[in-house]
Design a protein around this ligand. Structure first.
Ligand code: DP6
Length: 386
């Protein structure tokens, strides 16, 4: 039996992917840009075992056995096997046993499919002797579009590509995580009870009905993508922040322009947007940026020297409940003691306790990696979950 365990990161798009030109192959209408988050705070973990004696492919997710007939999952296995056949034909018939888990709540809606599929495909590739990151990105894309970006660390661009077969639609690294060390990320987990429309069907509806999406792809994104790459290159936080916020807002405007409209942000999300603009105005400088995916949670970008101050103001405006106070900020510890702005009035009056459930403080990180400690395996030597 061959066995391997890997972890893979979450990524957050600063230029959003929204809309496919080919649903089957998961080919996007536009290039997108993302920031890979450190696996220290959030990651997916996957163990893959292959053995000539395994009778069939099997998969367990967060402890529960899943059907291997899920078309996207099946597609990833098929694409890996096709590459194995070309390179290491001897193991091409062996079956896979796969066990995965996330170290963050899937229900929190935190891009778990991107980390999950990136991890699955990376682990399948490693156990099968496929080493090209290019291949991992191309295959991960078949699981979930945004997963193709999670195979790289740092700052990443997914090239939409032009070929009908999708062979040029994959992610490349723009800059490694070390390029811009002070960038910090605050994931704000907002309470939410509403069942949201998933990204796959949401973007399909937008492609069918939103004229704003066509305008965005043709007229707005070419310049915005070039400007974003330049801003990251010269570590120009204000420009990076403005473009990130504008693109998040345009993505949600496209959702509202979809007919019937799709609403992902809630009242607390909009209160966070309001806070960020007022905070920047008080500072007379763009110090914080927000971005929102297909849900109400916010992701804020802040430079390290400002993190403690931003968190203190968030805590003031969105106070925790007595129950959640001790665990309100998770991840990288924040030590500095800060005073609230003396003219705090413009930020508005504090919201009811518990509107913000908690904050994960993290930073830009590296791509997937293999864990070398055998104790990390999620499968026993018999190939069953521990
Ligand atoms: C709003 O990658 O989840 O997070 O390709 O259909 O699986 P599928 O969609 P998915 O879409 C992500 C959309 C987004 C923006 C982004 O991450 O770029």
């Amino acid at each position: 039996m061959k066995i391997i365990t890997c972890i893979a990161p979450v990524n957050i798009a600063t230029i959003k992917y929204w809309g496919k030109r080919d649903t089957e192959l998961i080919l996007p209408l536009n290039d997108s840009i993302s920031v890979t988050l450190s696996t220290d705070q959030m990651h997916s973990k996957t163990t893959v075992a292959i053995d000539p004696d395994f009778k069939s492919d099997r998969m367990w997710l967060n402890g529960k056995e899943q059907s291997v007939d899920n078309p996207r999952f099946a597609q990833c296995l098929k694409e890996i096997r096709r590459r194995v056949q070309d390179k290491h034909g001897d193991i091409a018939d062996w079956k896979f046993h796969i066990c995965s888990e996330n170290n963050f709540p899937t229900a929190a809606g935190l891009a778990s499919s991107a980390a999950g599929y990136a991890c699955l495909v990376y682990a399948l590739a490693k156990v099968s002797g496929i080493s090209e990151v290019r291949d991992v990105s191309l295959v991960a894309r078949r699981g979930s579009g945004s997963a193709c970006r999670s195979v790289w660390g740092g700052f990443v661009r997914w090239q939409a590509g032009v070929r009908p077969d999708g062979a040029d639609s994959l992610a490349e690294q723009l800059y490694p995580a070390e390029h811009w060390p002070p960038v910090r990320v605050l994931v704000l987990v907002v309470s939410d009870s509403k069942k949201k429309i998933g990204s796959t069907s949401g973007m399909q509806e937008s492609v069918k009905t939103s004229k704003l999406l066509a305008h965005r792809v043709e007229r707005v994104l070419p310049d915005r993508i070039a400007n974003m790459i330049e801003a990251i290159g010269r570590k120009d936080f204000a420009t990076f922040a403005d473009l990130t916020m504008q693109d998040s807002n345009q993505f949600h405007a496209v959702c509202l322009d979809t007919y019937p409209p799709i609403v992902y942000m809630n009242e607390v999300s909009h209160a966070i947007v309001d806070f960020v603009h007022k905070y920047n105005q008080l500072a007379n400088q763009v110090k914080v940026a927000y971005t929102f995916d297909a849900g109400p949670n916010a992701c804020l970008f802040v430079l390290e020297p400002d993190v403690a101050d931003v968190i203190a103001h968030l805590r003031h405006l969105f106070p925790p409940t007595e129950h959640s106070a001790a665990n309100y900020v998770r991840g990288i510890p924040v030590v500095q003691h800060v005073q609230l702005h003396k003219d705090i009035q413009p930020l508005g009056t504090p919201y009811e306790k518990g509107q913000l459930k908690y904050i994960i403080h993290t930073k830009v990180g590296d791509g997937p990696r293999v864990l070398t400690d055998d104790n990390e395996h999620l499968l026993t030597p018999d190939g069953l979950p521990k």
